[in-house]
Design a protein around this ligand. Structure first.
Ligand SMILES: [Ca+2]
Ligand SMILES: [Ca+2]
Ligand SMILES: [Ca+2]
Length: 117
């Protein structure tokens, strides 16, 4: 599950990098540092949520406050999108998006201490 969360984060990094017209690259130390803001070598819930909140804004290309399937096509497949779209309106609100990524975080946090290391 730790791998899963890192894949999700990596896809967000790619999307953010492309949106910023930087060259997408493998997740490197600089990108890990963007997640690990206080540089204690672990990613805590608030760090992850802050990153994913900014990723949501970046992914929301038409700035309507929700994500359509074409905006997250590179991030979520159809089944993942449907699983994330809790109210089934065909769009992901910020709450729906964060609920999913934070559930991923909790699943990956096997020790239950609120940190990923
Ligand atoms: Ca940290
Ligand atoms: Ca949108
Ligand atoms: Ca929805």
């Amino acid at each position: 599950m730790k791998k899963l969360i890192l894949v999700t984060a990596f896809a967000c990094f790619q999307a953010v990098a492309v949106a910023a017209q930087n060259q997408p690259a493998a997740m490197n130390q600089g990108q890990m540092d963007r997640l690990d803001r206080n540089r204690n070598g672990a990613i805590d819930q608030s760090e992850y949520q802050a990153f994913m909140t900014s990723a949501f804004v970046t992914l929301d290309k038409n700035k309507d406050g929700s994500l359509r399937s074409e905006e997250v096509g590179q991030l979520l497949n159809k089944q993942q999108f449907a699983a994330t779209d809790a109210n089934r309106d065909g769009q992901l609100s910020q709450n729906e998006f964060l609920n999913r990524v934070m559930a991923d975080f909790k699943a990956a946090d096997r020790s239950g201490d609120g940190n990923l290391q």
